[in-house]
Design a protein. Structure first.
Length: 169
């Protein structure tokens, strides 16, 4: 089987924000705790994919471009926070962003694994390609879930807020 042309990549994540209300870190934490996750990495939206086959139905080229995104919190009370509150928020934010970027590293490794799987296939038709991609997606999701589980969604990596710096009422 001739080499399959591949254009498979995971681009740099686009970072967006969601608003977190609250005058204190405790209020901001409560607002974030109402979400499933404080930060979110997603490589499933905005994908572009395609494949070409020859007359015998063998895949000759594969294109898969992931456009990952990271959603991060933006605290509305930040500008009026104390120096200590800002430091606590900034430390949490940096650790959360590092956590979400680790998800991207897992995704990039999965892209490389998919390329290797396509390259090593003895024959590859459209159904075989779909199966490889589906297996890659399932394996990647397992790795992402395992990372979140082992890191406590980042809590074990320091994605926490020091509420002791909030002014007492």
């Amino acid at each position: 089987m001739p080499d399959i042309k591949m254009n498979i990549s995971a681009g740099t994540p686009k970072v967006s924000t969601y608003k977190v209300a609250g005058k204190t870190l405790a209020e901001a934490k409560d607002a974030m705790d109402r979400r499933e996750e404080w930060g979110l990495y997603d490589a499933t939206q905005g994908q572009k994919s395609g494949a070409q086959t020859d007359a015998e139905g063998n895949v000759t080229s594969v294109t898969l471009t992931l456009a990952p995104s990271i959603e991060m919190p933006s605290w509305s009370g930040y500008s009026s926070a104390t120096k200590e509150q800002k430091a606590s928020w900034d430390a949490m934010y940096a650790k959360l962003l590092a956590h979400e970027n680790k998800h991207h590293e897992i995704q990039k490794a999965a892209v490389e694994d998919l390329k290797k799987a396509i390259k090593s296939a003895k024959t590859l038709d459209a159904n075989g390609l779909r199966d490889l991609i589906a297996k890659s997606q399932a394996d990647t999701q397992k790795k992402q879930d395992a990372y979140d589980s082992s890191s406590g969604h980042g809590a074990k990596e320091g994605v926490t807020l020091d509420l002791s710096v909030d002014p007492s009422e």
